[in-house]
Design a protein around this ligand. Structure first.
Ligand SMILES: [Zn+2]
Length: 328
């Protein structure tokens, strides 16, 4: 299923995201030579509608190519769900979510894990986008110094999560410093430029040196995941009426903001069909939310992340995450 190639195709720099499946024929790992040292492993397009990682890598590789420069380190560059990318969808309907297969013996994840770990990479960077209004941020799944160094190198905004546990970065975190990057909305130029600058710098410098003052790091910890039963009706017009939950139109502007208790989020008559999953299985729905006077309100202060208004994403993935500040 996985193709491994040692050279970029001639016309690679002209490839459009939606052409990748036709050009590459499926998930492809480019193992490109570079200077000495351990390779860098970068993964893009695990979700087919999240283009910034691919566009940034195309730019980085094109910059080196046009300057006739060799990469300072070898590169393992994984272009994942080309088929979903051709459709500009998170995943192909009826197929697996490519970022939920890394804890199992799925043939693709097994092939990539086996090959990449064998090359003993310096680090793993998996690049995503989201559909809501969110800042550029990095995520770690373990709290060791090197993972935190890498996360902070990309962004001062850092999230620590262990669920969902089936993600690529968590699988690789057992073997190397490993992070997930959320580079804002897909194709947003600001996120792409930040990625290009950081990735080029990562090739040139030793980012793992220097002291890590853990007490000065601000980390947010994901404690819950918000979703809805499939039959639940939703809208974002904040009107009493047809939908069971009618959220504020600007609800995704709450991402990464502290929501105090009492904050109104939606018109709703009950919490039925709203799901808040928490890894410790505590009743977090009634801990974080309440309904009174026909409105859904925050019952206990938290910081939301990745709240999206994209109904398709809400039903195929989730509505968003609940975070709390985390002291390390
Ligand atoms: Zn994603």
């Amino acid at each position: 299923m996985l193709k491994i190639k040692n050279e970029l195709p001639q016309d690679f720099f002209d490839y459009k995201v939606e052409e990748l499946h036709q050009k590459l024929g499926g998930p492809t790992l480019f193992h490109l030579e570079g200077g000495s040292g351990a390779p860098v492993f970068i993964s893009v397009l695990l979700h087919g509608n999240e283009h910034s990682g691919f566009l940034a890598m195309q730019k980085v590789l094109s910059n080196y190519h046009h300057l006739k420069k060799k990469l300072e380190r070898p590169l393992l560059f994984f272009i994942a769900n080309t088929e979903a990318a051709a459709l500009n969808k998170r995943m192909v309907k009826g197929d697996v979510d490519f970022n939920r297969i890394w804890d199992s013996s799925h043939p693709l994840s097994s092939d990539v894990l086996t090959y990449v770990i064998d090359q003993k990479p310096l680090c793993c960077i998996d690049i995503h986008n989201n559909t809501g209004n969110n800042p550029f941020y990095s995520c770690v799944n373990v709290l060791d110094d090197n993972a935190l160094h890498l996360a902070r190198f990309f962004s001062e905004t850092m999230v620590y999560f262990t669920e969902p546990h089936e993600v690529l970065s968590l699988a690789f975190s057992k073997h190397m410093p490993s992070i997930t990057i959320e580079a804002g909305k897909s194709r947003e130029i600001e996120g792409i430029n930040t990625l290009v600058k950081k990735i080029e710098s990562l090739f040139k410098h030793n980012i793992f040196s220097g002291e890590l003052n853990r007490s000065k790091l601000t980390l947010l910890h994901t404690v819950g995941r918000m979703s809805f039963d499939p039959q639940v009706t939703l809208d974002f017009s904040f009107q009493k009426g047809e939908s069971q939950f009618s959220f504020l139109n600007r609800v995704d502007e709450f991402n990464f903001q502290v929501l105090e208790s009492g904050t109104i989020l939606a018109k709703a008559n009950s919490l039925d069909g709203f799901i808040v999953e928490r890894s410790d299985n505590k009743d977090s729905l009634h801990h974080f939310f309440e309904v009174s006077n026909g409105e859904l309100k925050v019952a206990h202060s938290f910081i939301p992340a990745m709240i999206t208004k994209n109904i398709e994403n809400i039903h195929s993935d989730c509505f968003g995450y609940i975070m709390e500040p985390y002291k390390i």
